[in-house]
Each structure stands twice: as C-alpha cells, then as structure tokens.
Ligand binder design. Structure first.
Ligand SMILES: [Zn+2]
Length: 288
C-alpha cells in the first residue's frame, strides 16, 4: 500500500473502538472530563454489542456508570450498572456479578445520602455531625473512645437512615475502629449479646456488601482473624432480608430460621435494618 493510500485508508471498526477507548482513558475526573467520557462511552456502546469477543460491553457500561456517579447523576449510573449486572449474569461472569452488586449497593447509598442532603434540615445536620465523629476515629485516646461510642449508639437509632449511615461510617473507618468492633464482637458474645451482635453486624455489612450469600468462617478469618461467619436472614416482622449477621463458625451449615424469641439451641439477636425491631436467628442444633 502506498503511503498516501495508507493515510486515507478508512479506519476499521476495531481501530475506531480502540482509539475511542484510549482517548477516554486519558481523561480525568473533572466535571468537564466526565461529560466527555460519557459521550465517548455512549458512542462506544453504539459500536459494540454484547457478543463482541474483542471488547467487553460490561467494562464500558461500568465506566460510563462511574462517570455519571462522579457527576452525581445516580439514576443514570444505576441504570448502567443494572444493565451491566444483567449481561454479566447472562454470561455467567461471577466475579463481575459480585463486583457489580457491591457498586450498586454503594451507589444506592450515595444516592440516599444526596437525597437527605438535598432535603436539608435536621437529618442532614445529623449526618454532618456523624461525619465529625468519624473523623475522630482516626485519632486515639478519649476522643476516639467517645466518638466510637457515639456512632455505636447510632446503630440503634430509631431512624433507619441514621442506623445505616452509622454502620457505613464505622465499617469504612480506621484500623483502630475495626479492631474495636472485632473485640466488642468477641468480648460481649456471652455477656452482652445485643452489643456483640451490633458490632458483628458492622463487620458483616462490610464484608457482605452487595451480596445476600453467607460468608464462611474461612473467608471471614482472612478478613478479621477471628472465628466467625456471616449469614443472611429475613426479619420475622417485616420480612426484609438482613445481611451480614455474625454467627458461629458452623452457622451457615446448620439450618436456622427467624423467630420472635431466643428459644432454641442457640440464638443471635438481630436489629432489623428496615423496621428497627429485634428478632432472633435461631438454630435447633448448636452451630458453635
Ligand atoms: Zn424488620
């Protein structure tokens, strides 16, 4: 091919896709760049379909979703993530399915927080106050202790938004806060089951983000270095699925059910994420 012919040769589809992909990768996270990225990913989505073996449509959907999220357009982000999840499920791509569910949960949390901030008022102020407490969890001494107990108390708030935000703040905070949750879970297991269960739940929510499935003790030990497993159980009052409930090592392997009281071989109290009532996960055979 002569030089001139090469110059004017039409770009192949693959070349075009590659060029667009590379140009999007060079952009940063300013609003202007995010808007540009969204345009590029939209163009790419018109060029690629689900069956492409060279390019993964899921990766493009994910990237566009994250760009939308960066612009605080949570609804568009969630739409893309749900589309990505559907395709990943059809393709049997388990790792992407898990990852995507986690990001959907995170995005829903961001969306809820933005809604609360937009409404303003007492709850928005309360959120800011909670963030101030979280900042103190990066320090030590009595400041740390007070901030930790304040947020820990919020885990039992009457308001589900406060409970959920306190869980997230404690779960995503400092190494010290995590260590404290682990010791509360262990130390209060026999003396103060409610306190132990609340701490265990934060640990469980952190590890089970996006997933309804049980977390075996083998995996939990890698994360937290203690004997614990995590299960899901629906609330006996409102049937909401409560995830990341801390349980004994054999908890997931021995059949369990929900109950209003703790009568059984072994029971764990659970404060329901949605309705705020306490129910019990009960095993007929001791799973310890
Ligand atoms: Zn409930």
């Amino acid at each position: 091919m002569s030089f001139l012919k090469k110059m004017f040769k039409r770009e192949s589809l693959d070349e075009k896709i590659k060029r667009l992909w590379e140009s999007a990768k060079k952009l940063g996270w300013s609003d202007v760049d995010c808007k540009k990225k969204i345009q590029i990913y939209t163009e790419l989505l018109n060029l690629i379909d689900e069956n492409s073996t060279t390019f993964n449509i899921c990766a493009i959907l994910r990237n566009r979703a994250i760009s939308y999220r960066s612009l605080k357009d949570y609804d568009s982000a969630l739409k893309d993530l749900k589309e990505e999840l559907k395709i990943a499920q059809r393709k049997g791509d388990q790792i992407r399915v898990m990852d995507c569910k986690k990001i959907i949960e995170e995005t829903n949390n961001f969306k809820r927080k933005a809604e609360i901030e937009a409404i303003g008022g007492k709850k928005a102020e309360r959120f800011k106050e909670m963030e101030k407490q979280e900042n103190k969890l990066w320090g030590s001494g009595s400041d740390f202790d007070m901030a930790f107990e304040t947020l820990f108390k919020d885990l039992e708030s009457d308001d589900p938004d406060i409970r959920s935000y306190a869980t997230r703040l404690l779960a995503e905070s400092s190494r010290n806060a995590l260590q404290k949750l682990i010791s509360i879970y262990q130390e209060c297991l026999n003396t103060n089951p409610n306190r132990s269960s609340l701490a265990g739940r934060v640990l469980g929510r952190k590890i089970a983000k996006g997933s309804d499935e049980s977390i075996t003790s083998e995996i939990a030990r890698i994360y937290y270095g203690i004997n614990v497993s995590f299960i899901s159980c629906s609330c006996v009052y409102c049937s909401h699925t409560n995830k990341g409930i801390a349980a004994p090592v054999n908890g997931p392997r021995v059949p369990y059910y929900h109950q209003e009281n703790d009568k059984g071989a072994y029971a764990v109290p659970v404060l329901c994420d949605r309705c705020g009532k306490t129910f019990f996960v009960v095993w007929d055979k001791d799973p310890r």
